[in-house]
Ligand binder design. Structure first.
Ligand code: BG6
Length: 484
Protein backbone atom coordinates (compact mmCIF):
# COMPACT_ATOMS: atom_id res chain seq x y z
CA UNK A 1 0.00 0.00 0.00
CA UNK A 2 1.41 3.42 -0.96
CA UNK A 3 1.61 6.04 1.76
CA UNK A 4 1.27 9.80 1.62
CA UNK A 5 2.75 12.05 4.27
CA UNK A 6 1.14 15.48 4.17
CA UNK A 7 3.12 18.11 6.06
CA UNK A 8 1.20 21.23 7.07
CA UNK A 9 3.61 24.06 7.80
CA UNK A 10 5.82 23.02 4.91
CA UNK A 11 7.64 26.34 4.70
CA UNK A 12 8.53 26.33 8.40
CA UNK A 13 11.70 25.73 10.29
CA UNK A 14 10.87 22.27 11.62
CA UNK A 15 10.13 20.93 8.15
CA UNK A 16 13.39 22.31 6.80
CA UNK A 17 15.65 21.45 9.70
CA UNK A 18 14.25 18.15 10.88
CA UNK A 19 11.48 16.50 8.90
CA UNK A 20 12.88 16.55 5.37
CA UNK A 21 16.46 15.72 6.41
CA UNK A 22 15.10 12.78 8.44
CA UNK A 23 12.96 11.54 5.53
CA UNK A 24 15.88 11.91 3.17
CA UNK A 25 18.12 9.88 5.51
CA UNK A 26 15.45 7.18 5.72
CA UNK A 27 15.36 7.10 1.94
CA UNK A 28 19.14 6.70 1.78
CA UNK A 29 19.00 3.79 4.22
CA UNK A 30 16.23 2.20 2.19
CA UNK A 31 13.86 2.40 5.17
CA UNK A 32 11.20 4.74 3.83
CA UNK A 33 8.20 2.54 3.01
CA UNK A 34 8.08 1.87 -0.71
CA UNK A 35 6.27 4.53 -2.78
CA UNK A 36 5.91 7.02 0.06
CA UNK A 37 4.86 10.43 -1.22
CA UNK A 38 5.68 13.57 0.71
CA UNK A 39 3.38 16.49 0.18
CA UNK A 40 4.12 19.91 1.66
CA UNK A 41 1.29 22.33 2.30
CA UNK A 42 1.59 25.96 3.33
CA UNK A 43 0.37 29.38 2.26
CA UNK A 44 3.50 30.26 0.26
CA UNK A 45 2.82 30.03 -3.48
CA UNK A 46 5.70 27.69 -4.37
CA UNK A 47 5.66 25.13 -7.14
CA UNK A 48 6.86 21.61 -6.36
CA UNK A 49 10.08 22.35 -8.29
CA UNK A 50 10.76 25.46 -6.25
CA UNK A 51 10.14 23.67 -2.96
CA UNK A 52 12.39 20.77 -3.97
CA UNK A 53 15.13 23.24 -4.89
CA UNK A 54 14.93 24.94 -1.50
CA UNK A 55 14.87 21.64 0.35
CA UNK A 56 17.84 20.31 -1.53
CA UNK A 57 19.88 23.29 -0.29
CA UNK A 58 18.72 23.11 3.31
CA UNK A 59 19.01 19.33 3.50
CA UNK A 60 22.52 19.60 2.10
CA UNK A 61 23.23 22.00 4.95
CA UNK A 62 21.69 19.94 7.75
CA UNK A 63 22.77 16.52 6.45
CA UNK A 64 26.08 17.76 5.12
CA UNK A 65 27.89 14.54 6.01
CA UNK A 66 25.67 12.20 4.03
CA UNK A 67 24.25 14.42 1.33
CA UNK A 68 24.51 12.77 -2.03
CA UNK A 69 23.24 14.44 -5.16
CA UNK A 70 22.19 11.17 -6.83
CA UNK A 71 20.25 9.96 -3.79
CA UNK A 72 18.62 13.35 -3.41
CA UNK A 73 17.48 13.30 -7.04
CA UNK A 74 15.84 9.92 -6.43
CA UNK A 75 14.27 11.11 -3.20
CA UNK A 76 12.89 14.37 -4.57
CA UNK A 77 10.80 12.50 -7.15
CA UNK A 78 8.44 11.70 -4.28
CA UNK A 79 8.29 15.27 -2.97
CA UNK A 80 5.36 17.53 -3.94
CA UNK A 81 4.05 20.90 -2.87
CA UNK A 82 0.47 22.13 -2.80
CA UNK A 83 -0.14 25.74 -1.74
CA UNK A 84 -3.06 26.36 0.57
CA UNK A 85 -4.17 27.90 3.85
CA UNK A 86 -5.17 24.99 6.04
CA UNK A 87 -7.20 27.23 8.33
CA UNK A 88 -9.58 27.88 5.43
CA UNK A 89 -12.16 25.18 4.81
CA UNK A 90 -12.27 25.85 1.04
CA UNK A 91 -8.53 25.39 0.70
CA UNK A 92 -8.74 21.98 2.33
CA UNK A 93 -11.56 20.96 0.01
CA UNK A 94 -9.23 21.88 -2.87
CA UNK A 95 -6.40 20.04 -1.17
CA UNK A 96 -8.60 16.93 -0.95
CA UNK A 97 -9.03 17.07 -4.73
CA UNK A 98 -5.32 17.56 -5.40
CA UNK A 99 -4.37 14.73 -3.07
CA UNK A 100 -6.88 12.47 -4.76
CA UNK A 101 -5.23 13.18 -8.11
CA UNK A 102 -1.84 12.51 -6.61
CA UNK A 103 -2.44 9.33 -4.63
CA UNK A 104 -5.80 8.01 -5.76
CA UNK A 105 -7.32 8.40 -2.29
CA UNK A 106 -7.15 4.80 -1.07
CA UNK A 107 -3.59 5.37 0.07
CA UNK A 108 -2.69 5.47 3.73
CA UNK A 109 -2.28 9.09 4.69
CA UNK A 110 -0.44 10.66 7.56
CA UNK A 111 -1.11 14.33 8.25
CA UNK A 112 1.70 16.06 10.07
CA UNK A 113 0.95 19.33 11.88
CA UNK A 114 4.16 21.27 11.84
CA UNK A 115 2.41 24.63 12.12
CA UNK A 116 1.89 27.10 14.96
CA UNK A 117 -0.04 25.31 17.73
CA UNK A 118 -2.67 28.07 17.67
CA UNK A 119 -3.99 26.72 14.35
CA UNK A 120 -4.05 23.00 15.19
CA UNK A 121 -7.76 23.06 16.07
CA UNK A 122 -9.00 24.75 12.87
CA UNK A 123 -6.81 22.52 10.70
CA UNK A 124 -8.17 19.38 12.36
CA UNK A 125 -11.72 20.63 12.01
CA UNK A 126 -11.15 21.40 8.33
CA UNK A 127 -9.57 18.00 7.70
CA UNK A 128 -12.76 16.45 9.05
CA UNK A 129 -15.07 18.73 7.09
CA UNK A 130 -13.20 18.14 3.80
CA UNK A 131 -13.53 14.37 4.23
CA UNK A 132 -9.77 14.06 4.58
CA UNK A 133 -10.07 12.00 7.76
CA UNK A 134 -12.61 9.55 6.37
CA UNK A 135 -11.32 6.14 7.44
CA UNK A 136 -13.74 4.29 5.17
CA UNK A 137 -11.69 5.44 2.15
CA UNK A 138 -8.25 4.61 3.50
CA UNK A 139 -6.25 4.73 6.74
CA UNK A 140 -5.79 8.28 8.02
CA UNK A 141 -3.53 9.28 10.88
CA UNK A 142 -2.48 12.59 12.38
CA UNK A 143 0.84 13.60 13.95
CA UNK A 144 0.83 16.57 16.30
CA UNK A 145 3.90 18.40 17.53
CA UNK A 146 4.14 19.70 21.08
CA UNK A 147 2.86 21.77 22.81
CA UNK A 148 -0.48 20.06 23.30
CA UNK A 149 -2.24 22.96 24.98
CA UNK A 150 -0.74 25.41 27.42
CA UNK A 151 -2.43 23.88 30.46
CA UNK A 152 -4.77 21.03 31.35
CA UNK A 153 -7.87 22.81 30.19
CA UNK A 154 -6.56 23.75 26.74
CA UNK A 155 -4.99 20.31 26.29
CA UNK A 156 -8.32 18.66 27.05
CA UNK A 157 -10.10 20.94 24.63
CA UNK A 158 -7.59 20.20 21.90
CA UNK A 159 -7.83 16.46 22.57
CA UNK A 160 -11.63 16.67 22.31
CA UNK A 161 -11.34 18.49 19.00
CA UNK A 162 -8.93 15.85 17.73
CA UNK A 163 -11.27 13.06 18.83
CA UNK A 164 -14.18 14.66 16.95
CA UNK A 165 -12.24 13.82 13.80
CA UNK A 166 -9.67 11.06 14.58
CA UNK A 167 -9.90 8.03 16.83
CA UNK A 168 -7.18 8.10 19.50
CA UNK A 169 -5.51 5.07 17.86
CA UNK A 170 -4.82 7.29 14.86
CA UNK A 171 -3.35 10.19 16.83
CA UNK A 172 0.44 10.45 17.19
CA UNK A 173 1.60 13.18 19.60
CA UNK A 174 5.30 13.74 19.17
CA UNK A 175 7.71 14.15 22.02
CA UNK A 176 11.00 14.08 20.18
CA UNK A 177 12.84 12.92 23.31
CA UNK A 178 11.18 9.53 22.88
CA UNK A 179 12.78 9.25 19.45
CA UNK A 180 16.28 9.57 20.87
CA UNK A 181 18.18 6.28 20.72
CA UNK A 182 19.43 6.49 24.29
CA UNK A 183 15.94 7.03 25.61
CA UNK A 184 14.81 3.87 23.86
CA UNK A 185 17.92 2.17 25.15
CA UNK A 186 16.70 2.91 28.65
CA UNK A 187 13.85 0.50 27.99
CA UNK A 188 16.36 -2.07 26.79
CA UNK A 189 18.69 -1.45 29.72
CA UNK A 190 15.87 -1.97 32.18
CA UNK A 191 13.93 -4.76 30.55
CA UNK A 192 16.52 -6.78 28.64
CA UNK A 193 19.06 -7.07 31.47
CA UNK A 194 18.14 -9.08 34.50
CA UNK A 195 20.75 -7.55 36.79
CA UNK A 196 19.00 -4.20 37.16
CA UNK A 197 15.44 -5.21 37.97
CA UNK A 198 16.12 -6.59 41.49
CA UNK A 199 17.80 -3.33 42.55
CA UNK A 200 15.65 -0.85 40.61
CA UNK A 201 13.55 0.17 43.58
CA UNK A 202 13.38 1.92 46.95
CA UNK A 203 15.42 -0.82 48.66
CA UNK A 204 18.54 0.08 46.70
CA UNK A 205 18.02 3.49 45.15
CA UNK A 206 18.36 6.64 47.22
CA UNK A 207 17.11 9.08 44.61
CA UNK A 208 17.02 9.80 40.88
CA UNK A 209 18.20 12.98 39.13
CA UNK A 210 17.09 13.88 35.63
CA UNK A 211 18.89 16.89 34.19
CA UNK A 212 18.31 18.45 30.79
CA UNK A 213 20.82 21.28 30.66
CA UNK A 214 21.10 23.51 27.60
CA UNK A 215 23.83 26.01 26.98
CA UNK A 216 21.71 27.90 24.43
CA UNK A 217 19.76 30.97 25.43
CA UNK A 218 16.30 31.78 24.12
CA UNK A 219 17.65 33.42 20.97
CA UNK A 220 14.88 34.85 18.83
CA UNK A 221 12.13 32.82 20.53
CA UNK A 222 11.07 35.36 23.16
CA UNK A 223 7.59 35.62 21.66
CA UNK A 224 6.95 31.97 22.42
CA UNK A 225 9.26 31.43 25.34
CA UNK A 226 8.24 34.26 27.60
CA UNK A 227 4.65 33.03 27.66
CA UNK A 228 5.76 29.46 28.11
CA UNK A 229 8.73 29.31 30.48
CA UNK A 230 10.74 26.27 31.37
CA UNK A 231 7.98 24.20 33.01
CA UNK A 232 5.75 24.24 29.94
CA UNK A 233 8.60 24.09 27.45
CA UNK A 234 10.59 21.21 28.93
CA UNK A 235 9.03 19.64 32.04
CA UNK A 236 5.45 18.92 31.01
CA UNK A 237 6.75 16.89 28.10
CA UNK A 238 10.41 15.87 27.87
CA UNK A 239 11.37 15.60 31.54
CA UNK A 240 8.20 13.85 32.61
CA UNK A 241 8.55 11.45 29.68
CA UNK A 242 12.08 10.58 30.78
CA UNK A 243 10.83 10.10 34.32
CA UNK A 244 8.08 7.71 33.28
CA UNK A 245 10.54 5.51 31.42
CA UNK A 246 12.89 5.35 34.39
CA UNK A 247 10.05 4.64 36.81
CA UNK A 248 7.58 2.46 34.86
CA UNK A 249 6.85 -1.17 35.62
CA UNK A 250 7.73 -3.72 32.93
CA UNK A 251 4.88 -3.95 30.45
CA UNK A 252 3.43 -7.41 29.75
CA UNK A 253 4.49 -7.08 26.11
CA UNK A 254 6.26 -4.47 23.99
CA UNK A 255 3.04 -3.14 22.62
CA UNK A 256 2.01 0.51 22.21
CA UNK A 257 -0.99 0.26 24.50
CA UNK A 258 0.74 -1.71 27.22
CA UNK A 259 3.86 0.47 27.24
CA UNK A 260 1.76 3.59 27.48
CA UNK A 261 -0.49 2.10 30.18
CA UNK A 262 2.59 1.62 32.36
CA UNK A 263 3.80 5.18 31.74
CA UNK A 264 0.38 6.52 32.60
CA UNK A 265 0.44 4.59 35.89
CA UNK A 266 3.62 6.44 36.88
CA UNK A 267 2.06 9.83 36.18
CA UNK A 268 -1.02 8.87 38.17
CA UNK A 269 1.21 7.92 41.10
CA UNK A 270 2.98 11.27 41.32
CA UNK A 271 1.94 12.73 44.65
CA UNK A 272 0.36 16.17 44.19
CA UNK A 273 2.27 18.86 46.04
CA UNK A 274 0.51 20.37 49.03
CA UNK A 275 0.44 24.16 49.42
CA UNK A 276 3.62 24.44 51.50
CA UNK A 277 5.57 22.22 49.09
CA UNK A 278 5.35 24.56 46.13
CA UNK A 279 8.09 26.64 47.70
CA UNK A 280 10.04 23.83 49.38
CA UNK A 281 9.93 21.29 46.53
CA UNK A 282 10.68 23.58 43.63
CA UNK A 283 13.35 26.09 42.65
CA UNK A 284 13.04 28.61 39.86
CA UNK A 285 15.59 30.76 38.17
CA UNK A 286 16.19 33.18 35.34
CA UNK A 287 19.52 33.67 33.64
CA UNK A 288 21.17 37.07 33.97
CA UNK A 289 20.54 39.01 30.79
CA UNK A 290 17.23 37.32 30.02
CA UNK A 291 15.41 40.64 30.52
CA UNK A 292 17.63 42.22 27.84
CA UNK A 293 16.77 39.61 25.22
CA UNK A 294 14.88 41.04 22.29
CA UNK A 295 11.12 40.77 22.80
CA UNK A 296 11.18 39.94 26.52
CA UNK A 297 8.74 42.25 28.37
CA UNK A 298 10.16 44.50 31.07
CA UNK A 299 10.34 42.86 34.46
CA UNK A 300 9.34 39.45 33.11
CA UNK A 301 9.18 36.79 35.83
CA UNK A 302 9.45 33.91 33.38
CA UNK A 303 11.66 31.12 34.64
CA UNK A 304 14.39 29.81 32.35
CA UNK A 305 15.50 27.27 34.96
CA UNK A 306 13.60 24.99 37.29
CA UNK A 307 14.22 22.10 39.61
CA UNK A 308 11.43 19.98 41.08
CA UNK A 309 11.31 17.25 43.66
CA UNK A 310 8.58 14.79 42.80
CA UNK A 311 7.46 11.81 44.86
CA UNK A 312 5.97 8.74 43.29
CA UNK A 313 3.59 6.87 45.53
CA UNK A 314 4.10 3.32 44.41
CA UNK A 315 5.51 0.20 46.06
CA UNK A 316 8.61 0.52 43.91
CA UNK A 317 9.33 4.18 44.50
CA UNK A 318 7.85 5.23 47.83
CA UNK A 319 10.42 7.41 49.58
CA UNK A 320 12.68 7.80 46.53
CA UNK A 321 12.61 11.42 45.36
CA UNK A 322 12.88 12.17 41.66
CA UNK A 323 14.72 15.43 41.11
CA UNK A 324 14.02 17.00 37.73
CA UNK A 325 16.06 19.96 36.56
CA UNK A 326 16.38 21.90 33.35
CA UNK A 327 17.53 25.29 32.21
CA UNK A 328 18.69 27.48 29.39
CA UNK A 329 22.10 29.23 29.37
CA UNK A 330 23.60 26.55 31.57
CA UNK A 331 27.18 25.35 31.66
CA UNK A 332 26.86 22.91 28.77
CA UNK A 333 24.41 20.82 26.79
CA UNK A 334 23.85 17.57 28.55
CA UNK A 335 20.87 15.36 29.23
CA UNK A 336 21.63 12.88 31.94
CA UNK A 337 19.76 10.54 34.21
CA UNK A 338 21.50 9.73 37.44
CA UNK A 339 20.44 6.74 39.51
CA UNK A 340 22.02 7.26 42.88
CA UNK A 341 22.15 4.03 44.85
CA UNK A 342 22.13 3.89 48.62
CA UNK A 343 25.43 4.02 50.47
CA UNK A 344 26.74 0.80 52.02
CA UNK A 345 25.02 0.33 55.39
CA UNK A 346 28.21 1.04 57.31
CA UNK A 347 31.72 2.06 56.38
CA UNK A 348 34.10 -0.85 56.49
CA UNK A 349 36.75 1.27 54.84
CA UNK A 350 36.76 4.62 56.44
CA UNK A 351 39.10 6.35 54.08
CA UNK A 352 38.48 7.59 50.61
CA UNK A 353 40.39 10.07 48.52
CA UNK A 354 37.78 12.73 49.31
CA UNK A 355 36.90 11.49 52.77
CA UNK A 356 33.38 10.28 51.91
CA UNK A 357 32.34 6.94 50.50
CA UNK A 358 29.54 7.62 48.08
CA UNK A 359 26.81 5.24 47.03
CA UNK A 360 27.16 3.69 43.56
CA UNK A 361 25.89 5.84 40.77
CA UNK A 362 24.64 4.92 37.33
CA UNK A 363 24.74 7.85 34.92
CA UNK A 364 22.83 7.45 31.69
CA UNK A 365 23.85 10.14 29.29
CA UNK A 366 21.19 10.77 26.69
CA UNK A 367 23.11 13.49 24.85
CA UNK A 368 25.36 14.89 23.47
CA UNK A 369 27.39 11.64 23.45
CA UNK A 370 25.24 8.63 24.17
CA UNK A 371 26.38 6.22 26.79
CA UNK A 372 26.45 5.15 30.39
CA UNK A 373 28.77 5.34 33.29
CA UNK A 374 28.68 3.18 36.40
CA UNK A 375 30.56 4.52 39.38
CA UNK A 376 32.06 1.87 41.64
CA UNK A 377 34.37 2.10 44.62
CA UNK A 378 37.78 0.58 44.07
CA UNK A 379 41.00 0.42 45.97
CA UNK A 380 43.66 3.07 45.51
CA UNK A 381 46.83 1.15 44.61
CA UNK A 382 49.52 1.10 47.21
CA UNK A 383 47.56 3.23 49.67
CA UNK A 384 46.38 0.92 52.44
CA UNK A 385 42.63 0.37 52.17
CA UNK A 386 41.89 3.78 50.78
CA UNK A 387 39.03 3.65 48.29
CA UNK A 388 38.26 5.81 45.32
CA UNK A 389 35.29 6.31 43.06
CA UNK A 390 35.98 4.76 39.64
CA UNK A 391 33.80 5.00 36.56
CA UNK A 392 33.13 2.19 34.10
CA UNK A 393 32.29 3.75 30.76
CA UNK A 394 30.07 2.51 27.99
CA UNK A 395 29.86 4.62 24.84
CA UNK A 396 27.48 3.64 22.10
CA UNK A 397 29.77 5.05 19.46
CA UNK A 398 32.62 2.80 20.54
CA UNK A 399 30.55 -0.36 20.24
CA UNK A 400 28.73 0.58 17.08
CA UNK A 401 31.50 2.10 15.04
CA UNK A 402 29.80 1.50 11.72
CA UNK A 403 26.55 3.16 12.80
CA UNK A 404 25.81 6.82 13.38
CA UNK A 405 23.14 7.83 15.87
CA UNK A 406 20.05 8.80 13.90
CA UNK A 407 18.15 11.97 14.64
CA UNK A 408 15.03 11.34 16.73
CA UNK A 409 12.76 12.36 13.85
CA UNK A 410 13.91 9.46 11.69
CA UNK A 411 12.57 6.92 14.13
CA UNK A 412 9.40 8.88 14.91
CA UNK A 413 8.47 9.56 11.28
CA UNK A 414 9.05 5.95 10.37
CA UNK A 415 6.93 4.74 13.30
CA UNK A 416 4.13 7.13 12.36
CA UNK A 417 4.23 5.91 8.75
CA UNK A 418 4.22 2.31 9.98
CA UNK A 419 1.44 2.93 12.50
CA UNK A 420 3.47 2.13 15.62
CA UNK A 421 2.49 4.50 18.43
CA UNK A 422 4.73 3.08 21.18
CA UNK A 423 6.96 6.16 21.21
CA UNK A 424 4.16 8.74 21.02
CA UNK A 425 2.23 10.35 23.86
CA UNK A 426 -1.37 9.32 24.42
CA UNK A 427 -4.08 11.80 25.39
CA UNK A 428 -4.26 10.63 29.01
CA UNK A 429 -0.47 10.87 29.33
CA UNK A 430 -0.47 14.46 28.15
CA UNK A 431 -3.36 15.43 30.40
CA UNK A 432 -1.88 13.76 33.47
CA UNK A 433 1.41 15.55 32.81
CA UNK A 434 -0.45 18.85 32.81
CA UNK A 435 -2.16 17.84 36.06
CA UNK A 436 1.28 17.62 37.63
CA UNK A 437 2.71 20.81 36.14
CA UNK A 438 -0.31 23.13 36.18
CA UNK A 439 -0.57 23.51 39.97
CA UNK A 440 3.15 24.35 40.14
CA UNK A 441 2.85 27.00 37.44
CA UNK A 442 -0.23 28.42 39.18
CA UNK A 443 1.52 28.51 42.53
CA UNK A 444 4.53 30.25 41.00
CA UNK A 445 2.33 32.80 39.30
CA UNK A 446 0.11 33.22 42.36
CA UNK A 447 3.02 34.01 44.66
CA UNK A 448 3.08 30.80 46.72
CA UNK A 449 6.14 29.40 44.95
CA UNK A 450 9.81 30.03 45.65
CA UNK A 451 11.32 33.42 44.83
CA UNK A 452 12.71 33.73 41.31
CA UNK A 453 16.51 33.66 41.60
CA UNK A 454 18.94 34.75 38.94
CA UNK A 455 21.95 32.77 37.78
CA UNK A 456 24.96 33.66 35.73
CA UNK A 457 25.08 32.27 32.20
CA UNK A 458 27.20 29.16 32.21
CA UNK A 459 26.26 28.11 35.75
CA UNK A 460 24.23 25.09 36.85
CA UNK A 461 21.29 27.33 37.77
CA UNK A 462 20.94 29.54 40.85
CA UNK A 463 23.22 28.87 43.82
CA UNK A 464 20.10 28.36 45.90
CA UNK A 465 19.46 25.19 43.93
CA UNK A 466 22.78 23.70 45.01
CA UNK A 467 22.01 24.61 48.59
CA UNK A 468 18.46 23.25 48.28
CA UNK A 469 19.89 19.86 47.37
CA UNK A 470 22.50 20.01 50.14
CA UNK A 471 19.77 20.77 52.65
CA UNK A 472 18.32 17.40 51.66
CA UNK A 473 21.75 15.79 52.29
CA UNK A 474 22.27 15.18 48.59
CA UNK A 475 24.32 16.71 45.79
CA UNK A 476 23.60 17.39 42.19
CA UNK A 477 25.77 15.46 39.81
CA UNK A 478 27.20 18.45 37.95
CA UNK A 479 29.49 16.97 35.35
CA UNK A 480 29.56 18.39 31.93
CA UNK A 481 29.03 15.95 30.10
CA UNK A 482 30.42 12.73 31.55
CA UNK A 483 31.06 11.15 28.19
CA UNK A 484 32.25 12.87 25.07
C1 BG6 B 1 12.13 21.76 22.53
C2 BG6 B 1 12.04 23.03 23.33
O1 BG6 B 1 10.99 20.98 22.72
O2 BG6 B 1 13.26 21.00 22.95
C3 BG6 B 1 13.33 23.83 23.18
O3 BG6 B 1 10.96 23.80 22.85
C4 BG6 B 1 14.53 22.98 23.54
O4 BG6 B 1 13.30 24.99 24.01
C5 BG6 B 1 14.50 21.67 22.76
O5 BG6 B 1 15.70 23.73 23.22
C6 BG6 B 1 15.59 20.74 23.25
O6 BG6 B 1 15.68 19.62 22.41
P1 BG6 B 1 17.06 18.85 22.20
O7 BG6 B 1 16.69 17.67 21.38
O8 BG6 B 1 18.00 19.79 21.55
O9 BG6 B 1 17.51 18.49 23.58
Amino acid sequence: MDKTLVIFGASGDLTRRKLIPALYSLHCKGRLPKDTRIVGVSRRPYSSEEWRGMLSKTTGEFNAKDFDEVKWNEFEQSVHYIPGDATKGDDLVKLAESLKELDGESNERVYYLSTKPAIYAPIIENLGAAGLADQSIGKRRIVIEKPIGVNLDTAMRLNEKVHDVFHENNVFRIDHYLGKETVQNLLVLRFANSIFEPIWNRNYIDHVQITVAESVEIGSRAGYYDGSGILRDMFQNHLLQLMTIVAMEPPARYDPKLVRDEKVKVLRSVRPMIESEFSTSSVRGQYEGYLDEEGVPEGSQTATFAALKLDIDSWRWHGVPFYLRSGKAMSCRTTQIVIEFRKPPFALFSESDNGIIEGNRLVIQVQPAEGMQMYLQSKVPDAGMMVQETPLDFRFARHNTNKSMPDAYQRLLLDALNNDASLFARNDEVELAWQIIDPIINAWQGGSGPALKTYAKGDWGPEECTQWMRDQSRNWFDVCPVLS
